[in-house]
Design a protein around this ligand. Structure first.
Ligand code: HAM
Length: 424
């Protein structure tokens, strides 16, 4: 056996306590924000049958073709996959538990997702999303609700430079007509297509429009446009959405090349993008997926959702100078001597009864070394107990941000300490 330390899997990050403070703050803000719109929490397993993602996301997508962590359960041979996204699982759960039976649903989840991508800044193999799904809503009022929600969150977080890109993919008929025309067009120019595009020509030609290959841009710019195939209903849906957004002063850019990497979308799709993260600039993305519920076995129901990448948003927040908060302790209790030790643990519990956050020193050592720990803990106050204090039913209180140590009786301890606590 090697003695080398074991490292985490590439692209899967530890979130250390220093950083976790920012995560906790972010999760609090997000939870309040979601509850402010009536969305309810749902928690799905991290592992699902592989067939679910193949059916929902599409066989000929990057995710299903090459990014899924799929494996065979060694005990029973089941084909399983670590979830690469949450929409498929969420819809599966809604159907399995019949949640759509009586009422539409506004749901959210958050947690890790897994994709075997090439890791780089803002792109990981285990990353975290907050996902929002509204099922049973057909109108553009829901599309608008979700976009307005996002705009409100950016404001709450203090992010100013995320821009909205919007597109509509129309409905299935329009997409079939467009697909046929597109294949026809691309076949006529097959000599310009790169290998990836040639491979996709018949399986997923729409994704060719997403190519960044400079040699194909002219061809892509002149390709048949889906917009020209849209029927009246889809156009009306899209223009109504835009009207609502304008009424609320939300600016956006229509990007006809926004096609998304998952096959379940129809009509509205959108992405919130920043230029500050290089190539991984999409911090939040989603759209309508009216066909998915029936595609995975339910009675047809319209739906709309989005997910944001927590790591990407946190990088932006860190760049804006947002510091972790909320993990400090109020009081550090140091003690020396047997009697003092007994009193110290009582005192710590008593202070916690008073809603203070308390570290009780463990592991002994001199007062001097214990005070060093107290200092490093960030506590506002240390409580100092020697046998002397213990015998008198008193404690020493030392304000850590300057000020002399004082002795107080146990009954005055809590109120005295509270005078020194800096509340956020
Ligand atoms: P998605 O565009 O695949 O959509 O992912 C949503 C967001 O997750 C991205 O915009 C990005 O911020 C983040 N993300 C994706 N992959 C990575 C990665 N490898 N590393 C770091 N962050 C990443 C979905 O997943 C859909 N389920 C969204 C949705 C919900 N549509 C409807 N409802």
């Amino acid at each position: 056996m090697s003695n080398e330390t074991v490292q985490a899997v590439r692209g899967m990050n530890d979130i250390l306590p220093e950083e976790a403070g920012l995560w906790l703050w972010f999760e609090d803000v997000v939870r309040d924000w979601l509850h402010g719109y009536g969305y309810r929490n749902i928690r799905m397993p991290l592992v699902e049958p592989t067939a679910l993602f193949k059916r929902a996301i599409g066989e000929v997508t990057d995710i299903v073709e090459k990014e899924m962590y799929s494996f065979e359960d060694a005990l029973n041979g089941d084909h399983l996959t670590l979830r690469p996204e949450g929409t498929a699982s969420c819809v599966r759960a809604v159907l399995q538990h019949n949640l759509l039976y009586n009422a539409p649903q506004r749901l959210y989840y958050s947690g890790p997702m897994f994709r075997h991508e090439r890791p780089q800044k803002g792109r990981y193999r285990q990353f975290h999303q907050v996902g929002v799904e509204a099922l049973g809503f057909a109108g553009p009022d829901m599309d608008a609700e979700q976009i307005l929600m996002c705009a409100r969150l950016w404001k709450k977080l203090g992010l100013s430079d995320v821009a909205l890109q919007l597109n509509t993919l129309g409905d299935a008929d329009a997409r079939h007509r467009h697909r046929a025309k597109l294949i026809d067009y691309l076949e006529k120019h097959e000599d310009v297509l790169d290998a990836e595009a040639k491979r996709r020509l018949h399986s997923n030609p729409l994704r060719i429009l997403d190519s960044k290959n400079p040699a194909m841009q002219e061809l892509i710019d002149a390709a048949p446009r889906l917009m020209d195939e849209l029927d009246e209903d889809a156009l009306a849906h899209f223009s109504e959405l835009q009207e609502i957004l304008k009424r609320h002063g939300i600016s956006y850019e229509i990007n006809p090349r926004l096609v998304r990497g998952l096959d379940y979308y129809n009509r509205t799709v959108f992405e919130w993008v920043t230029t500050r993260l290089g190539a991984q600039g999409t911090v939040c993305a989603g759209g309508r997926y009216d066909g998915l519920v029936s595609q995975i076995g339910g009675k047809p129901a319209p739906a709309m959702g989005f997910a944001m990448g927590i790591e990407r948003l946190l990088v932006l927040l860190q760049e804006e100078g947002r510091k972790p908060t909320g993990q400090d302790v109020d009081v550090y209790v140091v003690h020396q001597g047997e009697l003092a030790g007994k009193l110290a643990s009582q005192v710590a519990e008593q202070l916690r009864d008073g809603e203070l956050r308390v570290i009780l020193h463990c592991g002994g050592g001199s007062f001097k070394s214990q005070m060093k720990r107290a200092d490093a803990s960030g506590a506002c106050v240390s409580v100092v107990i020697g046998d002397d204090e213990a015998q008198a039913d008193e404690v020493g209180i030392k304000p850590m941000r300057g000020g002399d140590q004082m002795r107080v009786g146990l009954s005055n301890m809590l109120s005295k300490i509270n005078e020194f606590i800096e509340r956020e």
